[in-house]
Design a protein around this ligand. Structure first.
Ligand code: ZN
Length: 171
């Protein structure tokens, strides 16, 4: 999702602020676009309005994600893979013909301390874990979107704060 409105400022000069204030260390990867000296109060008000509008949009999107998140069911680690297998009987047809292999057998696998561990599942387990794994993927997707939105919101809030400081400085 790309916000078309997030271009450079229509007025004012963008430059990078070298020193982030206290408590902003975690946001060091962000640049801090700052408003140039506003020409008059009207342009500043217009600028401010667009920031407020965008913040409202992001807030709305964020709330929708939170609603989806709240409705997400139980979660499960790892992945379930279904495989056709050959058996131990040397003369069984499964060894000659791929289509005669047995299964599908469902395996659950996950990483434990960097090593992949697998376990054979019965059909009930496989169905349950597959559903919960889908839930977990949804949850992770929502989390990524929330992080991306929060990053946009942080930029706007810091910009708004900066413009507030400038307004009070102009008095
Ligand atoms: Zn066989």
């Amino acid at each position: 999702m790309v916000d078309q409105r997030q271009g450079p400022d229509r007025f004012g000069v963008e430059f990078k602020c070298g020193t982030a204030g206290h408590g902003l260390d975690a946001l060091d990867f962000l640049t801090y676009p700052t408003l140039g000296k506003p020409k008059d109060k009207t342009t500043l008000m217009a600028k401010r309005k667009s920031i407020e509008e965008r913040l409202r949009d992001y807030e709305h999107q964020y709330r929708e994600l939170a609603v989806t998140l709240a409705a997400t069911g139980y979660v499960w680690n790892g992945t379930v893979v279904r495989q056709m297998l050959t058996c131990g009987k040397k003369r069984c047809a499964c060894h000659q013909d791929e289509r005669r292999r047995h299964g599908p057998y469902a395996y659950w696998s996950t990483k434990v301390k960097g090593r992949t561990v697998s376990r054979l599942l019965n059909p009930a387990e496989a169905n349950l874990y597959e559903e919960w794994i889908r839930n977990r993927r949804m949850l992770e997707k929502i989390q990524r979107r929330m992080l991306a939105l929060s990053k946009k919101v942080a930029l706007l809030m810091l910009r708004r704060q900066k413009s507030d400081e400038q307004t009070s400085g102009d008095r």
